[in-house]
Ligand binder design. Sequence first.
Ligand SMILES: *Cc1c(COP(=O)(O)O)cnc(C)c1O
Length: 453
Amino acid sequence: MDTYKILLSESEMPQEWYNIIPDLPRPLPPYLHPATGEPVGPQDLAPIFPMELILQEVSQERWIPIPDEVLRIYQLWRPSPLHRARRLEAALKTPARIYYKNEAVSPAGSHKPNTAVAQAYYNKAAGIKRLATETGAGQWGCALALACNFFGLECTVYMVKVSYYQKPYRRSLMHIWGADVYPSPTDRTAAGRKILAQTPDTSGSLGMAISEAVEDAATHPDTNYALGSVLNHVMLHQTIVGLETKKQLDLAGEQPDVLIGCVGGGSNFAGFCFPFVPEKLKGRDLRIIAVEPTACPTLTRGAYAYDFGDTVGLTPMIMMHTLGHSFVPPGIHAGGLRYHGDAPLLCLLVHEGVIEARAYPQNPVFDAARLFAQTEGIVPAPETAHAIKAAVDEAARCKETGEAKVIVLNFSGHGHFDLAAYDAYLEKKLEDYEFPEELLKKALEDLPQIPKK
Ligand SMILES: *Cc1c(COP(=O)(O)O)cnc(C)c1O
């Protein structure tokens, strides 16, 4: 009998996260203080993060135990299945074997609860009462609302204004799990009021919503901030995805030739592929491909430079690929993956040539999503569809060369709340958009000056 799903039992779930920091080909440049340009220390981050997460951010330990309370919640949906995409392979008439790791089975429908649960746990343990965060398309807000609900924490979500109105059902989910949700920029914070005074009609951006959530946390002692991507501790928590995938590929008797994931801030991609990076650094022939939209081409066209994590410049400066912190994604772009920067760990590995990056416009991405839905059945999130598009292209290349490569992609989430984007696609209303060179140049002129010592 052909196998379609490779399943692990609950007792086979990994009990430790993998920290890539000690295995990097060169050290990660430190975060710099936004005002002084000095490396940020633990005490600088203490007003908005619990100490356990700050220590994980800079830890040199390769393996970090997952707390029991976190494992018990992971068990609600983990281990997640690894599927063999036999029907997609048949439709493509490819000799390649395509696998996908299905993170859509979490209650929030994406990989994001893997870190949300861990972050809520450490904040609760530190005596925090409320978490503040931003959300773009709403998946992160949903994941954190879910996690706060499990640990009895209050949750305040600043949701990018355009998504707040375009994706009302994600808002409903957050409300069911007990979160308060506001369209950002709001008049609840100084950062929001400043942005509204300058650009009253703005549709919002992740950078703006981060400014608001960070300010909320920094000005309330019982409140901390939670970030759904980009930071090292977020990548760490997501490695449960890649660690499970490794075990499942071993069970299937397979070695991956190509690993593929989509990148917004980098967390699902990093969590999926980082556990495989040490083998690649030791010389194993493995391609690792990060996929992003041409509308927000951070890895493929951004500068590798220090920039702020937010619009207003409240966060530390991070060495990363960036489109400039003033970047506002075009409103016509239907998918997520809209952040101006990316995870510094991922950027370092792209800069070092360990990981490849590529970008696709949205119509070919939705073509691949529809093919996937019609063959494998699951409707992918538009973000996930970027990874599917790359896998389809790699499988087509195998058809030309006759190579039976093993292609594994991370299926980061389902698209059940993104049906408006699918409608726009089916009605041929999606524009293929390349971020214009002049706008990119202009945004990069605003990169912060690092004070000279
Ligand atoms: C949030 C999200 C992404 C992008 O975020 P990363 O941090 O890059 O993983 C991708 N896919 C889905 C389904 C998401 O919810």
